[in-house]
Design a protein around this ligand. Structure first.
Ligand SMILES: *Cc1c(COP(=O)(O)O)cnc(C)c1O
Length: 308
């Protein structure tokens, strides 16, 4: 049975700033990051009567891996739908895909019916003994674990007499950033959440916020950045990631963190934190996914880096 404790907060000097880093990557060796926060609801819930969880998304998703761990822990089946599985991945499994399959995941290609049903899920649905969970845990049940995250941050803020706190984290669906800001406000704290759109740009992220919560005063602030193409290899981001890991001695994720952290640094350079203000960055896990990203990055960027 997986047990989750509070994750540590570390103070690190990097890129000329003192940054607090919330180490959600250390929540548990197999169940970590924001996907652990999102799915902890199901970990703690009595799932008797459920014999299968079904979800969908990309073939290397962090959510897929975390759900495989959850299902293994609970002794139930896990079925996962995706658009495409490349032949080389089947032949040479790597990253989240490899470990999810090891945990017993059955991965399938969408048919039209399943596609229509799953894409339109906006909440967890139970049908018979099967539980259907939306892509990436983009649903209300995720709020439970994310409010535990905000409780830990608020406690740290109070224990350390922090007057003003700015929290930064990169967004995909925006579920984590939104529920974090919402629950911080629900706990009557004034810490402010800032995020960056790593998927689909600012407009898409704003739409996601509205679909999860109509009240705009609960929405995190989205930093003004260029539009990023999710998962697209960018040697500048890779170089930043190498520097980030060196300066902090922490392994960060390659999909979201180079964007989230570099945009945070840019933001801090243009509006310097005041004396009584602290900056906290949330490490949302995703390290298992680095295996496959690193292979691709090394092929694309290492040669050009050494030729310089
Ligand atoms: C899923 C994920 C995100 C994005 O989380 P959202 O709640 O979808 O915004 C960011 N970082 C990592 C490492 C993730 O696994």
């Amino acid at each position: 049975m997986i047990e989750i404790n509070n994750s540590p907060i570390q103070s690190i000097e990097c890129f000329g700033f003192d940054i607090l880093i919330k180490r959600d990557d250390l929540l548990h060796p197999d169940f970590s990051g924001n996907k652990a926060r999102k799915f902890i609801y199901f970990l703690e819930k009595d799932l008797s009567g459920i014999d299968k969880i079904v979800s969908f998304g990309s073939n290397q998703s962090n959510a897929m891996y975390s759900l495989s761990v959850l299902c293994k822990d609970k002794g139930i089946k896990f079925e996962y739908y995706t658009n495409h599985i490349p032949d080389f991945l089947k032949e040479y499994p790597v990253g989240n895909y490899k470990y999810a399959v090891k945990n017993g995941m059955k991965i399938k290609i969408f048919d039209n019916l399943k596609h229509a049903f799953l894409k339109n899920l906006s909440k967890t649905v139970k049908k018979g003994s099967t539980l259907y969970i939306p892509e990436g845990g983009r649903c209300e049940t995720s709020k439970y674990g994310i409010s535990m995250l905000s409780k830990e941050i608020i406690e740290y803020k109070k224990d350390n007499n922090i007057k003003k706190l700015k929290i930064f984290l990169p967004s995909g669906t925006g579920t984590t950033a939104l529920f974090l800001q919402q629950s911080i406000r629900d706990f009557n704290d004034d810490a402010k959440v800032y995020t960056v759109a790593c998927v689909g740009g600012k407009e898409y992220l704003k739409e996601q916020f509205y679909s999860l919560c109509k009240n705009e005063s609960y929405h995190p602030e989205i930093l003004d950045t260029k539009k990023y193409h999710f998962g697209k290899l960018d040697c500048e981001l890779y170089k930043f990631w190498i520097k980030l890991c060196q300066q902090t001695s922490i392994e960060f994720d390659l999909l979201y963190d180079p964007i989230g952290f570099s945009e945070m640094v840019k933001n801090l350079r243009s509006s310097k934190p005041s004396e009584d203000e602290k900056i906290l960055y949330i490490h949302q896990g995703g390290i298992k996914g680095n295996e496959s990203m690193l292979q691709r990055y090394k092929r694309k960027c290492d040669e050009s880096l050494t030729n310089r």
